[in-house]
Design a protein around this ligand. Structure first.
Ligand SMILES: [Zn+2]
Length: 305
């Protein structure tokens, strides 16, 4: 072990910020009310990834804080251990890697036991929208049995990305949707063309077929602009506050928006592959959203291989 050089003391670790300090006040108040009869499973959607994580940890603090205030105190043993990630009644899944079905199975005996402390054992699934179906099904079975003292938290950008049966067994808490960034003018023009294509079936392939029409960077801006409008459409249901693109998107209805969400995720993934032809990915995006029924177009990575 090498000592720090004289005159250079090792820097003290930065104090961790208690998670509840990063959570919207209204959301915290809502969780406070919920905590009186904590649902066995809580879905947290909306917000950015960091917002959902902070809310989940704040939920764990609320259910385990030894203080008596309206908010987690941030100072008791439970609060401090949760902040430091060493609390024995807090289990985290999928924070860095995908959740493995073996990990969930290995936790079944523990979930059959009451928590070690006086509060609740909180099991957080950080990217529940990326669950392998086997994980989702095992978790579903787990939720079907009473698990005294145990609560589960599923984090996802939108509840539509989760297995419907998981959502129906859970209470859903929606965080304020992130403002995001509206599309810049070049991407916005493409998005309008895409909406027109969905209305009329015309004018899209002429665009993508032009040599050098859209490069990867522009395609990614189109996708992120669409994502922004999708969130507006989901948040306001296409009401007057939704802006014209969001209002037009809202006409796809909830199932259509859900499909768009999945298609955007797949298109984004496809564009990370250097071999994916940008025009083909954009064409797939345009057609996959309006494809109906089980014969929806295959994901664009099939084109790329
Ligand atoms: Zn506390």
């Amino acid at each position: 072990m090498s000592k720090p050089a004289a005159g250079q003391p090792a820097p003290a670790p930065a104090p961790l910020e208690p998670p509840h300090l990063r959570v919207d006040g209204q959301v915290l108040a809502r969780m406070r009310t919920l905590s009186a009869h904590a649902p066995q499973s809580l879905v947290i959607e909306g917000g950015a990834t960091a917002d959902r994580e902070a809310a989940a940890l704040a939920w764990a603090s609320l259910l385990n804080c030894e203080g008596v205030g309206e908010r987690p105190c941030g100072a008791c043993e439970s609060c401090r251990q949760i902040t430091q990630g060493v609390f024995l009644d807090l289990k985290c899944f999928g924070r860095e890697d995908k959740v493995l079905v073996e990990d969930v199975r290995a936790s079944l005996p523990e979930w059959g036991q009451p928590p070690r402390g006086k509060g609740r054992r909180v099991s957080i699934f950080f990217s529940a929208h990326e669950f392998h179906p086997a994980v989702a099904n095992l978790l579903l079975k787990t939720l079907e049995e009473p698990r005294p003292g145990n609560v589960f938290v599923l984090l996802a950008p939108q509840r539509e990305r989760l297995l419907q049966t998981l959502v129906s067994r859970s209470f859903t808490l929606t965080l304020p949707w992130p403002e995001g960034k509206a599309a810049e003018s070049d991407a916005a023009e493409w998005i309008t063309a895409l909406l027109n294509f969905w209305d009329s079936g015309q004018g899209w392939f002429e665009r993508t077929g032009t040599k050098g029409a859209a490069d990867r960077a522009l395609a990614l801006r189109i996708l992120s602009g669409l994502q922004h409008e999708l969130i507006q459409a989901l948040a306001c249901g296409g009401g007057p506050a939704g802006g014209s693109v969001a209002q037009r998107l809202a006409r796809l209805g909830r199932p259509g928006l859900r499909r768009l969400d999945l298609v955007l995720a797949q298109a984004q993934e496809a564009l990370t592959q250097p071999t994916a032809p940008v025009a083909l990915v954009l064409d797939w995006l345009a057609t996959a959203v309006i494809a109906k029924g089980p014969k929806a177009a295959p994901a664009p990575r099939h084109y790329a291989s």
